[in-house]
Write a protein that binds this ligand. Structure first.
Ligand SMILES: Cc1cc2nc3c(=O)[nH]c(=O)nc-3n(C[C@H](O)[C@H](O)[C@H](O)COP(=O)(O)OP(=O)(O)OC[C@H]3O[C@@H](n4cnc5c(N)ncnc54)[C@H](O)[C@@H]3O)c2cc1C
Length: 262
């Protein structure tokens, strides 16, 4: 059976982000995580392809153990197998380190026909992980994909561009990042929510994947965060609405009150 692999990321629930003040890394273990919203589209496309071509959908995620509920959510949304890739050695990996580890895991899952990922994450937003993973695997990567179908022995991939659409023909395994233009994303099924209660993801660590230590974690990440600043939210402006004559008077009063004019 053909395998479709979907990379999903557990991202901090907006408002719960904590940054380590010394290393400037995200404290991922203590945050509430949600499924990266863009990955929902990748998963939906995978499930649609599975229904059409009788394939198996394997979801993989690299992250700490609090990603497990996210993997289970993906199962409820139609995935068949869940794999968690986790190791203390991976902490602090930038996109290069992350992609290297994901590629090693995908090699272990091989053979596969398609890898689907979101176009970006909502926490780091680099859009690098898809193309970098494909590069490690030495397979084509196609970004902003809105449709995939088979024609004879090859795949036709429709991707969005700034000016319209592009049709790409590709043979063999490839990686696609999925755009948000799918107009339907299914809700989780009750049957699967109950089913997944008795299932646990497969777990792979650095040793299982035979990763080279110097290629992961802070040590293996060529990009380093040198400073993090909290963005100051400016106070909202005051909006005065009225008839023009009254409005002018109100504005003058307000400026006097603030000591801007006398
Ligand atoms: C300069 C820099 C330094 C960083 N330093 C640190 C650090 O010190 N500590 C730290 O914790 N993080 C760090 N990060 C964040 C870390 O690199 C990212 O969490 C990770 O590499 C994924 O990149 P991204 O979120 O930009 O993914 P994108 O490339 O925007 O994501 C695209 C898609 O890739 C897939 N994907 C992404 N990540 C995963 C994953 N983990 N598992 C499965 N699929 C995935 C998803 O399908 C996602 O939709 C750093 C990022 C940068 C840019």
């Amino acid at each position: 059976m053909e395998k479709i692999i979907v990379g999903i990321k557990g991202v901090p629930k907006p408002g719960t982000v904590k940054v380590d003040p010394e290393t400037y890394t995200l404290k991922r273990e203590s945050m509430d995580l949600i499924l990266n919203p863009y990955d929902r589209y990748a998963l939906e496309m995978a499930v649609q392809l599975k229904e059409k071509y009788k394939s198996e959908v394997v979801v993989i995620s690299m992250g700490p153990f609090n990603v497990i509920p996210i993997l289970k959510q993906a199962y409820a949304l139609g995935a068949d197998k869940m794999i968690l890739i986790s190791d203390k050695l991976f902490a602090g990996s930038d996109t290069l380190g992350t992609s290297y580890v994901l590629a090693r895991a995908i090699e272990k899952i091989s053979p596969f026909s398609i890898i689907l990922m979101g176009v970006k994450s909502i926490d780091s937003e680099t859009s690098q992980v898809g193309p970098e993973t494909a590069s490690f695997l030495n397979i084509p990567s196609i970004t902003f994909v809105k449709e995939i179908f088979k024609e004879n022995d090859h795949w036709i991939v429709i991707r969005e561009t700034d000016y319209g659409e592009e049709e790409v023909e590709v043979e063999g395994p490839f990686l696609a990042t999925v755009s948000t233009s799918l107009n339907y994303v299914r809700p989780p099924s009750l049957k699967r929510i109950l089913e997944v209660k008795n299932r646990e993801p497969l777990f792979w660590n650095a040793q299982d994947l035979k990763v080279e230590e110097e290629k992961v974690g802070l040590k293996g990440s060529p990009t380093q965060v040198v400073s993090v600043e909290e963005k100051k939210v400016e106070a909202k402006g005051i909006i005065i609405e009225d008839e023009p004559k009254v409005l002018v008077e109100k504005l003058i009063d307000l400026l006097k009150e603030k000591g801007i004019i006398k």
